[in-house]
Design a protein. Sequence first.
Length: 88
Amino acid sequence: MPAVQYSEPANAGGRKLVSKLSYEPGSDERKLLKAALAEMESTVTEIPSIINGKRIRTGHKGKQVNPWDRYGAPLAEYHQVDPKTIKA
């Protein structure tokens, strides 16, 4: 039995879920999840601003921190814009 029990989504429309993943200690799902989180935490993604459908990289970057480790390495850096950049 999975460690977490949950009801079927209200919008499932009677469809049955094909598989329910188990994240119990030692399970393959937990190992894969931990590996994916470690990869995300070790990579800083650059996010451009999008203005009128164009990707804008201003060089003036802000940092998006990890929500469960606010003082650790950032998950992403995004390009900040000002009104002058938006109007250009």
